[in-house]
Design a protein around this ligand. Sequence first.
Ligand code: GLA
Length: 650
Amino acid sequence: MKKQTIRRILAAVTALGTVAAAMPAATVNAELVEDAKVVYETDFEDGDTSHFAPRGEDDTSVLKVEEDADAGSKVMTITERSEGWNGPAMQLDDICEPGVKYMVSVKAKAKWYNSIKVSLQYTADGSDQPSYGNLKAIQSQGEWVSFEDVKFSIPAGVHDVFVYVEGDDKADLAIDDFSLKTAPVYGIEEDIPGLKNVYADYFKIGTAVTEGELAPKSTQQLILKHFNSLTPGNELKPENMLDQKACQAEAADGDNTQVVVSLKSNARSILNFARDNHIPVRGHTLVWHSQTPGWFFKEDYTLEGDWVDEDTMRKRMENYIKGVMEVIAEEYPDVEFYAWDVVNEAWTDGGAPRDGGTYDEDRESSGWVKVYGDNSFIKDAFTFARKYAPKGCKLYYNDFNEYIQGKTEAVIKMATELKEEGLIDGIGLQSHLNVMNYGSEEPFPMAVHYGSALDKYCQTGLDIQITELDATLAQDMPVTDALLELQAKYYSDIMDAIVRNKDSISAVVFWGTTDDQSWRAWGSPLLFDEQYVAKPCFHSIIDGIEYTEPEPTEPKPTEPKPTDPKPTDLAPSETDPLPGTMYGDVDESGKVDILDVITLNKSLMVGEKLTAQGKINANVDCKGDNPDETDALNILKFVVEIISDFAEVQ
Ligand code: GLA
C-alpha cells in the first residue's frame, strides 16, 4: 500500500485541465464507447402511422397523417381526444431493452396554449398498475415546440412500455420528425482516484440511485469505482413498499391494523446490485409525510375512509416497520443495511410540526400529524425501528434545511431526547444545497453557515451522516467553465466543513450519480456530468487529501485448479486455455484494466470481434464457450479489486 497525496496525481489532471479549459468541460476525457444509433425515425411523409396508437383503452381519438401549413409538410395529428393524457403512444416492448439509455426527439404542437409533455409508461411484471412519468414538458402557445434527445431507460422486469406525447387538456395534437435512438455510450474515467479510496480513512462515500438510473453499465461501473454506500432513491419508500389491495383484504377480514408490504422489482434491481457487489445500503425511509399514500391513514385503507385514530395508526406503524424489516431480512439476508432513515422531514424550517393532512391533497402536509395531533409519532417510529431493525443497523432522523435556525434547534432538541432514551443513533443532513440561490449569485446556505450548523449537530455526540448531498447552479444559465469553478469552490468549502468534523461523521452520500439523472438536473448539481466525466467539483473535493492508493492490480494468470484435467487430456477446441492465457486481458495488452472491460462490452453490445486469444482471456469464469456479461462484470470487479483472483469465480 502506498501513501500519497492527491495533489501529486492532480499535477497530471491539472495539466489536462489547462487543455480542457478551452473546450467544453463536458467533453474532457469522455470515452465514446458506442455512438448513438437510430432505432426508428419518421417524418410522416410516407403516411405511415402504424408505429403509434392513441393512448388509453377507451379513447375515442383519431390518428392520421395530414399536411400542416406551419410545418410545410406532412405531420401526424391526433384529434377527438377525451383526456389530456390521451396522446400518440409508441409501444417499445419489442424494440427497446432494459439497461440501455435511449433518446427520443419529436416536434409537437397543440391546438391552443398547453404544456406538452413527452412521457414514459411501463408496468412491473406481476402488477396491473402502470407507472408513468413526464420525461420533459415544454410550454407552447399553439406553436410547434421541439423535444430534443430526451433521455430515458427502461428497467428490467416490466412490460407494456410506451413513450407518448400528451398535453394538459384534450386540445388536438400534432407531431412531426419523431426519432428514437440509443444514446451514445460513454465509459467512465478510469485514471482518476476512486472517491471512496480517497476518503477511506474518514467516512463512507455513498450515492443514491433509482432503478432506471442504475440500468446503464457505465453507471454501475461508476458506482463500483467511487462509492461504498448505496441508497435506493425511491424504491424503499412507503408508496413503493405498501400493498393497498392486500391491506384492504386484511381490513375486510376484520383487522384494520395489519399492513402488507412487499419488495417490488424496482427495489430488487438495486438490492441485487448491492448484494452482488457487497455494497452496504442506507435504508430510506420508513416514516415520512411524503410519498406515503393518504389511504394508509384512513379506515379500511381507502382514501375516502375516515382518518383512523392514534392507537390504530400506532399499530399500523409498528406493523409497517416490522414488515419492511422482515421482508428485507428474508429476501436479502446478505445485504448489509448499515443505516435506516427512520423519520424524514418532520420539522418545518421554523421548528414546528407540519400541518396535518394527506400528501395526496397537499404535498407539504403530514398524515402522521393529522392522526397524532403533533410530532409525538417520531418517538413511536424510533421505538419500533429499534425493536425490528437488524443488529448493528444505525437509526437516523433525516431532514433538509437543517442549517436554518428554527429547524436546527428543533432537530437537536428532539434528537437529544431520543438519544437519552437510547432510541436514535444519528442525524442525517440531506444537504440539498445551492451554489447560486434563486435569482442571486450568493450560495444558499453560505458554506460558513452550513459549517457552523454542522459543528452543532456534531456536538450532540450522535453520529452524523450527510445523506443527500447535491449543489445546484442557477436555473436557465448556460453551464460555463466559470460556473463550474464556482461550484468547485463551494463544494470544496462544504467538504472542508465536513472533513473538519470527520470524527463525528460516518458517511457522505451524494444524491445521484451523473448530472442528467439528478432530481435537480436543471442545476447540474453532482460530481459527474452526463458523459461520466468528473467535473471540477470532483477534483476540488479530493484536492489535498492524503489517502492510500490501493495497489495497482497485477495481472494474475489463473493457476489451473488441482482438479482441472491437464490441457493434454482434453481435445483441443477454440476455447481451450492456451499456454499464453491471461484471464481478463481481453485486448491482449499484457495487463488487465478497464480497457479490457470496454473491449468486451463493445464486443457484446455491438459485435466487435475479439481475437481468438482475447476471447479465451475474456471468458474468465470458464463457463460456456463464449464470454458474456458476467465475465465483463467479473473483469470489472477484478480491476476495482472486489475480487483478487479469477479463480474465485471459476
Ligand atoms: C428528499 C427526500 C429524498 C428525495 C428527494 C428528492 O430530500 O428525502 O428521498 O425524494 O427529496 O428526490
